[in-house]
Every structure is written in structure tokens, then in C-alpha cells.
Ligand binder design. Sequence first.
Ligand SMILES: Cc1ncc(COP(=O)(O)O)c(C=O)c1O
Length: 502
Amino acid sequence: MFDSAAQAAARFAGEEPGNVYARFTNPSVQMFEQRLATLEGTQACLATASGMAAITTTCMALLNASDHLVASKALFGATVQLFTSILSRFGIETTFVDGTALSAWKEAIRPNTRLFYVETPSNPLTEITDIQALSDLAHQHGILNVVDNCFCSPALQKPIEFGADLIIHSATKYLDGQGRILGGAICGPHDLLKEKIQPVLRTTGPTLSAFNAWVAFKGLETLGIRMQAQSENALEVAQWLEAHPKVQRVYYPGLQSHPQYTLALKQQKTGGAIVSFEVCGNEATQRANAWKVIDSTQLFSITANLGDTRSTITHPATTTHGRVPAQARQDAGIQQSLIRLAVGLESPHDLIADLEVGLENHLTPITTNLTPITTISETRLSQLRQSGWHAELIHSQLFFGYSRLNGFFEPVRALTTAFPGKFWIFRVPELNGYWAQLGACTALGFTPGTCPQFRKHFLKIQTFGSHILFYFFHGLNFFRPLGELFFNRVLQLHEFRSTQCA
Ligand SMILES: Cc1ncc(COP(=O)(O)O)c(C=O)c1O
């Protein structure tokens, strides 16, 4: 309400500061905007009704007919739809590229390219793009780099520090953090936001409601602590999944097996709380297997949303990415076997137990084939060295203690002499994750069924990609015969082959 007609006129004319009309001025919305801008380290922020409203408004404000944008192929499904089915109707063309290949972005640039658009980590495969490198490339060509920071939130990643121009949020996700509201935001420099984007928002009206703004800014108060705790839980779940026999592949930036692990740690504080994984299965059974695992969970909520403190589980191929044409989905690597988890604040042990039900009870086991050897020869050792194996000492006390007792048995001595260091890592190019572990256990004479118990008490085996790390933590008396058995046999792991589960 205005005090007078004159005041109303002055407010509308922008001559007097103050609230005008809730589509474009509201104190709760402004408070959310100020707080999010502070967290992102940007000069300004504009709140929107949803994440999609933020993306659409940005594109409408910054692109004209016959402009061009380059986007990563690894995007949320509705964003792909916006670019391919809606912006295209207004004469705006999009080229999709491999988001991780800077050269692909470079090649896609045209004289009329105005924007780069990237999600990092991407939904749902957690692909990481080098924000700084992409921003530098964009700026060399007068292009704006727009980064969707939904998966990390400013608690884990601040794209502005890596040169991004605009940062997009779905406040529906981690900013609220409890699945209560729809909301979105655009963060960036004052002039771009106030002069270019705000007039479009004001006129077209995808405004954040005052109530949702209040919920979202209360959510921001716990953002840091939630993101930290949820990331820790996610890492534990991801590590467990990676070692599971019926899991084909895990996508989590906090795992060393993630292709951009080092980059992720450079621009993110943690791996985040989204973990995606593929269950085993052949072409005919992949979807059914994924659905069985999803339907067997009780703790996870089956939903398309993410970012809640309650863990959620999603089948991207038939939900969030269901409208993406099959070929484009395939190109983006989203298989029917893929499940996306947004890990919440529950105990990771409970979450693991919940996932185990479906994986254990509903998917048919895998067969194995291992050919052990009895000794390692010098020739074999040099072959291994040439093909990239290396071994180092991890637990110096154990290994030094061992050597004090009796000297290393032959294969260990040969390997440690060849590759001195702090811990043991073997690279087995043909194996990955669970297969490496299963191979190691089988080499020691344990069946896949008894191996987990065995591992719990005597031996920790971690795998990242095709690297296996062995860490023995039991007494030397036990270790010695076991170690001999192990090292004598495990070196033939490359003979080990996996078969698919049904
Ligand atoms: C990465 C990403 N960006 C944007 C959006 C869109 O957000 P909203 O659902 O709030 O419109 C989503 C939604 O899942 C998302 O995952």
C-alpha cells in the first residue's frame, strides 16, 4: 500500500526506493537474494519461481533470435528440452558438446555464440567440467559462461571464483534442503542482472513467492552443515556400492575412480551428495533390475527431486530424463541400468542396508572365472612394470616388521625393490571395482560369500578404477602365510574375467 498517489507514481518510476508490487519487489525475496549472493560471492542475485524459471529467464534476457548457445550434453532433462524444443522455436540454436572436452566447446563456437551452459557436476552422471578453463575460453570469444551450481550449492563450490559469469540454482534442491518448495535463482554481476535479466523477470513474472523465499532463506542457514554431512554419507554409500558385485559402475566425484576426481577436488570442497550407479544386467534386464532395486528400498523416497535431507532414489532414464530422445539420452550415457541417489542425513549404514535388499535378493548372481598362478617370475615382473603396475608399501610397520622377521618372500621383495614407496597399489587394467576385490579374495581361497567377512577382519581392499589397494591390518603371524598365498596368486588377476548378471 502506498501513502499517496504521488508516492505510488514515484515508486513505479523508480524515483523513490521501496516495495512496489510483489511480482518484482518483496522484502522476503530480497532477503533470500542478498543471502544467496553473499554465499555465492556475487554482486547480486535474482530469485525465480523454480530452477527452470531461472534458466528460461536467463536465456530470454540474454539471447535473441539467430543467436547460438553451446551446452554440455550432460544436462538435466528439462534444460535439454528447453534448448531443443522451445528456444529453437525462437530461432536460437544449441550445439551440445562433451562437457569435459574443452576442444569440443572451442570447435562449437560460432560468430553468433552468446552463451556457454554447463552443469558441474552434471545431472545425473556427476560429470565435472573445468569451470576456469571454460570461463577463460568463453571470455576469449566474448561469450558468457553460465554454470548450473545446483548439485554443489555455494557450500561446496563457488563458480564465480573460477571465472563463471552467471550461476544458476534450483532452490528446490539443496538451498531449501527439505523438499518443501519450488524456487530458483540467478547470481552474477549487478549490471547484467539488474539491467538485462531483471526487466525480463519483472515483465514475464516467474517470480519466487514470498513464502517460498522465507523457507529458502531459512534453508540457507543450515546449508553448510547439511552439505558436509550429506557428502560424508554419500562417500560411504559410494564406496560400498563400488565394491558391490552387482553394481557395474559408480559415478561419484569423491571416488578416486571418477574420471575427473582431481578436478572435482580442485573446484569442489567434497564430492557432493549425489551418487549414481549402474546395476548389472543385460540389455533386456537392465531396466527391470534397476526398478527392482528402487522398489525394494524403504528408507529412500522414490522421487524426481534431490537435495532433501531425506535420501531419495530416482530412475533417470524414465523420469528426469524420460523426455530426452533415446539417442540423445544414449549419447549422454544415461542407461536404463542407472540409478541416481541423493544421499540425505540418515545413517549411511541404514541406507546401505536398504540398498542391499534389492541388490542381494533380486538380482541373479554373477559367475566368475579365475586362473591362479603359483609363482611370479622376473619376466612376469618386468611385463607388469611395463604395463603400468606399481606397488608400494602402505603400512610401513607391518611390512618392515615383516621384513625384520624373515625377509620378504620372493614376490613381495621383488615388487618392493622394483617399486619402493609407502603403500601397495596394483593396477589391473582388465578389472574394475568389485571385480578386482572379488579376484583378490578368490585368489586367497575365499569364496565371494565369505570374502566380505574376511575383509572386515583382516584385510582392507580398496579399489579405484582398475587400481587395487591392499592394506593388511592383522597380526603378522596371521599375515605371513596368508600374504604368501595372496601374493603368489593374485598377480594373475588379469586372467580373471567377469560375466554379466542376468
Ligand atoms: C541440475 C538442475 N538444474 C535445474 C533444475 C530445475 O530445477 P526446478 O525443478 O526447480 O525447476 C534441476 C531439477 O532437477 C536440476 O537437477
